[in-house]
Design a protein around this ligand. Structure first.
Ligand code: SF4
Length: 315
């Protein structure tokens, strides 16, 4: 059988697991992490990062074991590279929704590892509730099936555009073209998208490559799609690399702004990350780490000064 969830399209013999280590050929394709999140936290939504989705709110955030990528620089490798155990308590989709309500969360985020590998669980959680917002934080390496289904139950996605090099994606077991095509399709389908790039010294931080990413967002998605440029810290198998210097982040920020992107943010580095009105420059949202204050927006999420609406998911 061919697994339908990600672009690896693993062809599985009976009892064989796919590359993610969580989907196998049993009675059909079975997902062994269904109902077994290995991490469940109440996070500020800014931590995803999503800066234009319900700012200042809490998001019930869950992830399972496993991933369809095996990046040597993974910042979440304890979870993503772990083998599934099923020893965690069984949490039904309805129970997850209940936990979100009990903790005053306004959204549920499938994050920490790749949600496409636990697609049936993520979908059932979203379909158990229509009042909360449903969010994915993802590498975007979807099958056509997953990409077509996602807009039916996901409100917002942060997708990693890890580099703009086919070789880079090949090394981590992905495909740049697939991720780019999926980003375009989801944007066209009306899902709110924010893009993140983890800036790894010497691996993806050349001026040319960053210009290509910024250009892709501006021309193929929209200048209003936020670009989060995130600082790398040595982790997992990439301990020999240096942390991202602040200067590189600031240069990347300038590249994003020069490409015409309205919203460029620097993450993981302790800098303030305010949202400014692209029309008049007024501060709309003041952010300090994961704390947001909506200081320049009216009740309709328009700029108090010039009335330009801010793009995002706000209600
Ligand atoms: S989710 Fe992807 S990696 Fe996992 S079995 Fe399916 S196709 Fe393979």
């Amino acid at each position: 059988m061919t697994c339908p969830y990600c672009a690896h399209a693993c062809k599985l013999e009976v009892n064989e697991f796919g590359k993610c280590g969580v989907n196998f050929h049993g009675k059909g394709i079975e997902c062994v992490v269904y109902g077994h999140p290995e991490a469940l936290n109440i996070d500020p939504i800014e931590k995803k990062p999503l800066y234009h989705v319900l700012p200042g709110s809490s998001s019930l955030s869950l992830g399972t074991a496993g991933c369809n990528f095996h990046c040597d620089f993974c910042q979440n490798w304890q979870l993503s590279q772990k083998k599934p155990s099923q020893k965690t308590p069984l949490l039904s989709p309805e129970k997850i929704v209940q936990i979100a309500y009990d903790n005053n969360c306004e959204s549920i985020s499938c994050t920490y590892n790749e949600p496409a590998i636990f697609f049936p669980y993520a979908k059932d959680i979203a379909n158990s509730d229509k009042k909360l917002k449903h969010i994915w934080v993802s590498n975007g390496f979807y099958s056509p099936f997953t990409c077509k289904e996602l807009p039916k139950f996901v409100d917002a996605i942060n997708i990693d555009l890890k580099a703009f090099s086919k070789d880079f994606y090949k090394q981590i077991g992905g495909d740049l073209d697939v991720v780019c095509k999926n980003l375009i399709k989801l944007h066209e389908a009306g899902v709110w998208i924010e893009v993140t790039t983890l800036l790894i010294p010497g691996r993806n931080d050349s001026k040319k490559e960053l210009e290509a990413i910024a250009d892709f967002i501006a021309k193929n998605l929209s200048k209003t799609v936020p670009w989060h440029i995130s600082a790398f810290h040595p982790d997992y198998k990439a301990l020999d690399l240096n942390p991202t210097p602040i200067q590189s982040l600031q240069e990347a920020y300038k590249i994003g702004k020069d490409a015409g992107l309205n919203y460029v943010y620097l993450g993981n580095c302790g800098l303030t990350n305010n949202t400014f009105c692209p029309e008049c420059g007024n501060i709309l949202i003041k952010r300090d780490y994961f704390h947001s204050e909506l200081i320049g927006l009216d009740e309709n999420f328009c700029c108090l000064t010039c009335k330009r609406p801010l793009e995002g998911v706000f209600s």
